[in-house]
Ligand binder design. Structure first.
Ligand code: SAH
Length: 217
């Protein structure tokens, strides 16, 4: 655990060291993760642990992902500066904020209205004006903004949702956890070719499930 009383510079150094140790080596991704402070995305009793490499509870019974998993997913997504990116599962907004440092435009969707509202406030405070956060069932994607160069799903489905595959541009990449929610899932990378899709397994992960419909809050 990183000492919460350490200086900002020290905490940042340890945070980046942990990421590198776990395989996040891409300089653009590390720079983006250095630029986005995880602190504001973690509230309440867990805020002291914001710089630890661990998932933490957020509102609506959801979790903010482990930083090294965020880093590895972002690295696999290979985001380019001109890309339009869709994230399904805004949660705290942390992953979307990092994507905003790497892409031209980010759309992020969550089924919980209160999470979307809280994330919007943080994006505003951080001056991240290229993110649009929307309440909705992200398994249907955002047809009006498709196609997307990159799609990242941060909740686990049994299979890649059809509408998301359909909204991926040719040459586009989607990264998502697949598998049953109470088992270990696989993080996979789907690349859309002219004539079909390539699937690569990246690493075992554990995410909250992708749930149908809107949340009550
Ligand atoms: N990327 C987040 C962590 C996401 S946790 C972060 O950086 O903090 C997974 C999120 O997926 C939860 O907030 C949950 O509400 C959301 N989710 C689950 N099913 C969904 C669906 N069908 N559409 C949109 N969001 C969904």
């Amino acid at each position: 655990m990183i000492d919460p009383d350490a200086s900002d510079a020290e905490r940042k150094m340890q945070f980046l060291f942990q990421l590198r140790q776990r395989g996040v080596t891409n300089t653009r991704v590390l720079n983006a993760m250095e630029a986005i402070d995880r602190g504001p995305f973690v509230t309440g009793v867990f805020s002291q642990r914001a710089y630890d490499d661990t998932p933490l509870p957020i509102a609506c019974g959801q979790t903010i992902s482990q930083p090294s998993v965020v880093g590895l997913m972002t690295q696999a997504l290979d985001v380019q500066p001109k890309n339009k990116v869709l994230e399904v599962g805004t949660g705290s907004g942390y992953q979307a904020a990092i994507l905003a440092k790497l892409a031209r435009r980010v759309y992020t969707v969550d089924r919980h209205r209160s999470l979307v509202r809280a994330a919007r406030d943080i994006f505003e405070d951080m001056g991240l004006h290229t993110i649009t956060a929307i309440t909705g069932d992200g398994s249907f994607g955002l047809p009006e903004q498709a196609p997307f160069d990159r799609i990242i799903v941060t909740a686990a489905a049994e299979d890649p949702p059809g509408p998301l595959l359909a909204q991926l541009a040719i040459g586009g990449i989607m990264v998502l956890p697949v598998g049953q929610s109470d088992h270990v899932q696989s993080l996979i990378k789907v690349t859309r070719r002219e004539d079909g899709f390539d699937y690569d397994e990246i690493l075992p992960v554990r995410f909250v499930p992708l749930v149908e419909g809107l949340g009550k809050d």
